[in-house]
Write a protein that binds this ligand. Structure first.
Ligand code: PMP
Ligand code: GLU
Length: 382
């Protein structure tokens, strides 16, 4: 057999989640804090819209980038009047299509790091080269303009920027975003922005990159119903992009994805047109969870963590217990039945990501187990 021309390793975040779920299904007492997946039910109007769409037999192909009325619902809810709206099967295909259409062989794509697991692969699959720019651990792992300037060359084509950040939970402030926009303008770069956690911001205002009018000519902004409407499995996301990028991305999606799911876009429309009560409830539920978990983790000797303002992750330096983050996670799982994601999945070894996607009592139990683990770890070695 001729060799494969490319191998693609599976998403670590998805694999670890599956492993933890398999252990739970086989009867093991495991608390799964790996995958970033909302555990609450999706909005009722969305469910009703799917039932209605099924009874109307809306099961055929739809337009490659979704139906006009759903795009209108995105515009009305988000206030995004400029640029084309594109719908697809979640944020992932939109991000992949954007990277593939805007970047190719010989192009560098700047990647603020730690970064979401799938970004480096998306960039490599486009034939381009991911260039990690490490965030400042003393400043919430944010990347500064100075750090980006040091990484920029004439091969740099785009930056793939995530805010709020998976895995750190960091939320960029308006002045920090202004620096990113200024940098992209100065180097004439595309700004591919992933704001799928925009609905999960707690004590600070959330500023979207769309709020910078001088960014819009180069901004491909991606969002999704996966987190904000607890619809991850229904696969529905949207993007706003200027021409000619929007047409290129639409063309790509028409070949690679076909169209969004005809039922899921109905559910997303109903959720977008519903009042804001669902979003508020969701945000408050996650704020409470963070406020319970953070103080418990902060007091564990050997674990260094900061309270983060967004997404549903806490990010902890565990080198005080075990320098190898993967070994830390393996031992924690086997000794105490708590599953976390090692920081190396986000190109930042020595850290772990803790997804607070469970009710408070479960999080309290996970923290107690982690504390016991930290106290015991290494004591029996040798
Ligand atoms: N971007 C980030 C930062 C994520 O954490 C995820 C995880 N779901 C995605 C994109 C993918 O989102 P979707 O489910 O909408 O494809
Ligand atoms: N985005 C979530 C995570 O980071 C879900 C898994 C995935 O799609 O990568 O855990």
């Amino acid at each position: 057999m001729k060799p494969l021309s490319r191998t693609v390793s599976p998403s670590i975040t998805m694999s670890l989640d599956r492993e933890a779920r398999a252990l739970i299904a086989s009867g093991c007492d495991v608390i799964n804090l790996t995958a970033g997946q909302v555990d609450l039910p999706m909005p009722e109007p969305g469910k009703e819209a799917i039932r209605r769409a099924l009874s109307e037999n809306r099961t055929g192909y739809i337009a490659a980038t979704g139906s006009a009325d759903v795009k209108d619902a995105v515009r009305r809810r988000t206030g995004r009047a400029e640029g084309e709206i594109l719908l697809s099967a979640g944020a992932k295909p939109l991000l992949s299509a954007a990277v593939a259409c805007l970047c190719g062989p010989g192009d560098d794509v700047l990647l603020p790091t730690p970064c979401y697991t799938s970004y480096p692969e998306m960039i490599r699959l486009a034939g381009a080269n991911p260039v990690c720019v490490f965030g400042d651990p003393e400043n919430r792992f944010t990347v500064s303009r100075a750090a980006l300037e040091r990484a920029a060359t004439d091969r740099t084509k785009a930056i793939l920027f995530n805010n709020p950040v998976n895995p750190t939970g960091t939320v960029y402030a308006k002045d920090e975003l202004a620096e990113i926009v200024g940098f992209c303008r100065a180097h004439d770069l595309y700004l591919i922005a992933d704001e799928v956690y925009g609905a999960f911001v707690y004590d600070v205002p959330f500023v979207s990159l769309y709020d910078f009018p001088d960014a819009r000519e180069r901004l491909i902004l991606v969002d999704s119903a996966s987190k904000s409407f607890a619809m991850a499995g229904l696969r529905l996301g949207w993007a706003v992009a200027p021409e000619p990028a929007a047409s290129a991305i639409a063309g790509y999606l028409s070949h690679a994805v076909g169209c969004p799911c005809s039922l899921s876009e109905r559910a997303a429309k109903a959720a977008l047109e519903d009042d804001e009560a669902f979003s508020l409830r969701l945000r408050e539920a996650f704020r409470k969870r963070r406020d319970l978990l953070f103080p418990l983790l902060k007091d564990i000797p050997g674990v260094r963590t900061e309270r983060s303002d967004g997404a549903f992750y806490l990010w902890a330096d565990v080198r005080g217990i075990e320098p190898d983050d993967a070994a830390f996670c393996r031992a924690l799982l086997s000794e105490e039945g708590v599953a976390l994601t090692p920081g190396s999945a986000f190109l930042c070894p020595g850290y772990v990501r803790i997804a607070y996607t469970h009710p408070e009592p479960v999080l309290a139990e996970a923290a107690a187990r982690l504390k016991r683990f930290a106290a015991q770890y290494g004591k029996h070695a040798g």
